[in-house]
Design a protein around this ligand. Structure first.
Ligand SMILES: [Zn+2]
Ligand SMILES: [Zn+2]
Length: 301
């Protein structure tokens, strides 16, 4: 997970507009693609093999990196289609990129509009769109891996007469095996299935715990709008953003493991107040990552 751009609506010399990248196996997914995204990808040495881009909403700090990235991918002779997902408006957005660019785009740019509850399946995981409150059509996203098979109980398999070797592998792949006259099923020797990893990205949003509860419980990482600290709670309400404390309450309600506060307004010189406000209301880890921060997300045991 790469925090390529963590700024609020205005970039600073240290922070780029919103862009979050998940790499899983050979897959590369972008959530938002603010201005400067491709240079951040160069700095983070992620490569450019983007499989899909999910835009949260049509405020320019969240999408201005797309035209430049598309141009570069075209120069790099990409041929695979690139799907851009987002709220309604994504068709106009892709049309505008095609219309404005006088360089031919050599691959197909495919817009797909999502609604609350839309699910985009990938190999081994899926992305679910969740409507959020930002004063306009806006989506947040939940990326959740498929469940993993339970733990293989080696001792029990041996006790049931299964000899160590290829039959172990067959049981672990879900096959029933014969041992003499008896059959041993995976259910005899495999523990309960284990949850995959989960990342929630709110985009710009008021706190939205009930909707996240439906789709995004128990995330390993919650990346939440924290444009303001708690002293500016009224302002946050007015402009449909969240405070650090509001983000922390959501994190607690959906049992997040780590809360990342992002989109912090450029008016703040330091993130210390944000961290403090959130830490008072949330027991898990609170971070306010800098641009180019990279987090490996381990499996929960
Ligand atoms: Zn924004
Ligand atoms: Zn916005």
């Amino acid at each position: 997970m790469y925090f390529l751009g963590t700024a609020g609506a205005l970039p600073t010399t240290q922070k780029n507009p919103p862009c979050y990248m998940i790499r899983r196996g050979s897959d590369m997914i972008l959530f938002d693609c603010g201005e400067g995204a491709q240079q951040q990808m160069m700095r983070a040495r992620t490569g450019f093999t983007v499989d899909a881009i999910f835009i949260t909403h049509w405020h320019a700090d969240h999408f201005l990196g797309v035209p430049g990235l598309v141009q570069t991918l075209s120069f790099m002779e990409r041929t695979e289609p690139l799907v851009i997902y987002g709220p309604p408006g994504v068709y106009d957005f892709v049309d505008a990129i095609k219309m404005l660019s006088k360089n031919p785009i050599r691959f197909s740019l495919v817009p797909i509009a999502l609604r609350h509850g839309s699910v985009v399946p990938f190999s081994g995981y899926r992305v679910t769109a969740v409507a959020v409150q930002h004063g306009m059509a806006s989506l947040g996203y939940v990326l959740r891996e498929d469940e993993r098979p339970g733990r293989f109980n080696r001792e029990k398999a041996i006790a049931l007469g299964v000899p160590p070797g290829p039959l172990f592998g067959r049981l672990q792949r879900g096959e029933t095996v014969s041992v003499g006259e008896e059959e041993v099923t995976p259910g005899d020797v495999m523990g309960p299935s284990r949850p995959g990893r989960c990342v929630v990205y709110t985009g710009d949003s008021r706190p939205n715990a009930e909707d996240w509860k439906e789709f995004g419980m128990d995330p390993d990482l919650l990346i939440h709008d924290a444009t303001f600290d708690d002293a500016a709670a009224e302002r946050a309400r007015e402009v449909f953003h969240s405070t650090a404390g509001e983000a922390a309450v959501v994190a607690g309600e959906i049992r997040a493991r780590i809360l990342a506060l992002v989109h912090i307004s450029s008016r703040y010189r330091s993130t210390a107040n944000h961290i403090q406000d959130a830490a008072q209301l949330f027991e898990g880890d609170v971070i306010a990552p800098d641009d180019l921060f990279m987090a490996e997300i381990p499996f929960r045991e």
